[in-house]
Design a protein around this ligand. Structure first.
Ligand code: A3P
Length: 289
């Protein structure tokens, strides 16, 4: 399997196939009831996508079995050989649509902002993202070879990974909430109190649900349930795109796994660099679990 190098689009490194798709995104037809799920990769995108589809289906688990998560919540900039692209998938689904993206604001179709679509952003602490991304790079072969962990970590810290800098991404979408309807969520909060976070989402999208339905959504979107569910665990994706024998997509689903991968020296270097890159921001992560 060939692993093409990343391609820079306006300075943002992207998977070759995704880069080819960017130009076409300007043709995106935006509907007023579209909801955009935005994340830096490996921050719980699939989790929050499944939660949203469950909310939109009124907690009906059967309806959420109608297809793999990437067909129910199309991935805006997705393109790969032999598979329906995100833009094509979007044309096939009825309103109200849930749309997923990892794009930094620089590459986001302006129409989504002009039309003021509701945006749900999910952020996850940088260290767990880096570890999760490293394992994902290995199994999702549309990425370049990640190399050794210490090399990958260096690339992560300098933004030389697909979608560029985590630091820039989490901060710019945090700032965006001052100008756009953005619900900014944290993976760590979702782990700690999924019920409260899911309630926040139902309010934000204007679809309140009775408590017993919320409880059911909490259960159905647990890591274990989603790990076993072929419609959420990505085992339906072609092996050329994801090879679960290398590392499953539903890998661990916990907070603090970085401690099993970072050395003490790497951690100290990471913290010092992190402080510099995040110094101007009032965005804080809750990782002391
Ligand atoms: P790990 O690799 O740390 O296990 P994304 O969907 O943005 O690609 O993020 C994938 C990460 O979210 C993986 O993290 C995956 O295990 C985790 N994840 C997926 N569903 C989850 C769930 N229901 N609960 C907790 N974590 C989940």
């Amino acid at each position: 399997v060939s692993r093409p190098p990343l391609v820079s689009v306006k300075g943002i490194p992207l998977i070759k196939y995704f880069a080819e798709c960017i130009e076409r995104l300007k043709d995106l037809q935006v509907w007023p009831d579209d909801v955009l799920i935005s994340t830096y990769p490996k921050s719980g995108t699939t989790w929050v996508s499944e939660i949203l589809d469950m909310i939109y289906q009124g907690g009906d688990q059967e309806k959420c079995q109608r297809g793999p998560i990437y067909t129910r919540v199309p991935f805006l900039e997705f393109k790969a050989p032999g598979i329906l692209s995100g833009m094509e998938t979007l044309k096939q689904i009825p309103a109200p649509r849930l749309i997923k993206t990892h794009l930094p604001l620089l590459l986001l179709p302006q129409a989504l902002l002009d039309r003021k679509v509701k945006i749900i952003y999910m952020a996850r602490n940088a260290k767990d993202v880096a570890v999760s991304y490293f394992n994902f790079y290995k199994m999702a072969k549309v990425h370049p070879d990640p190399g050794a962990w210490e090399d990958f970590l260096e690339k992560f810290m300098t933004g030389q990974v697909c979608y560029g800098s985590w630091y820039q991404h989490v901060q710019e979408w945090w700032e965006l909430r001052k100008r756009q309807p953005v619900l900014y969520l944290f993976y760590e909060d979702m782990k700690k109190n999924p019920k409260r976070e899911i309630q926040k989402i139902t309010e934000f999208v204007g679809r309140p649900l009775p408590e017993d339905i919320i409880d059911r959504i909490v259960q159905q979107t647990s890591f274990k349930k989603m790990q076993e569910n072929p419609m959420t665990n990505y085992t339906t994706a072609p092996t050329e795109v994801m090879d679960h024998s290398i590392s499953p997509f539903m890998r661990k689903g916990i907070t603090g796994d970085w401690k099993n991968t970072f050395t003490v020296a790497q951690n100290e270097r990471f913290d010092a660099d992190y402080e510099k890159k995040m110094a101007d921001s009032d965005l804080h992560f809750h990782t002391d679990l």
